[in-house]
Design a protein around this ligand. Structure first.
Ligand code: FES
Length: 165
């Protein structure tokens, strides 16, 4: 999952999945309503960040693009995280799935409570079943616990694939 604090408040965005299902990508949360989260699985060929290498991740926007985009080096798809991670370039057929967040103002905690948009998990676990089981064993498909650590992207992957961006 990519958890991003963008420069500006993020409004909810009406989007559509590859299958034609309409949904509302959620608005930003937090004190500045600028925190959003998305699945880190590219909607094109399902590339995803690993501790060894990442082909997909946040980048600075270029030209008329927003200040920050999510770029996938696989086939150069680009997503706009300020608009529900809609596709702004490349062959990706649908936005990244949006993670529904709730912000607990009192405790200043974020809770991930669901997902909106085109879910790719079944296809992901099917495509990478062997690799995931080799790397993670029985816990490859285990549900995560009640809390999860958030790492800076650069700390999570040892190598960020450089590609024209
Ligand atoms: S796998 Fe991401 S653009 Fe093709």
């Amino acid at each position: 999952m990519f958890l991003l604090a963008l420069e500006r408040e993020v409004k909810a965005t009406e989007l559509v999945t590859e299958a034609g299902q309409r949904y509302a990508a959620p608005a930003g949360v937090g004190p500045r309503r600028n925190i959003v989260a998305f699945s880190a699985i590219c909607s094109h060929k399902l590339m995803y960040p690993t501790p060894q290498l990442s082909f997909i991740g946040p980048r600075a926007g270029r030209g008329s693009e927003p200040a920050q985009v999510i770029h996938c080096c696989g086939d150069q798809s680009r997503y706009d995280p300020a608009q529900g991670a809609r596709v702004i370039g490349g062959p990706a057929p649908q936005p990244l799935a949006a993670v529904l967040l709730e912000w607990d103002r009192t405790a200043d905690r974020l809770h991930a409570i669901g997902l909106q948009g085109g879910e790719m998990f079944s296809a992901f676990f099917e495509k990478y079943a062997f690799r995931l089981e080799t790397e993670l064993g029985a816990k490859a498909r285990a549900a995560c616990g009640p809390t999860a650590a958030v790492l800076p992207a650069r700390a999570y992957s040892r190598q960020w694939q450089s590609c024209p961006a």
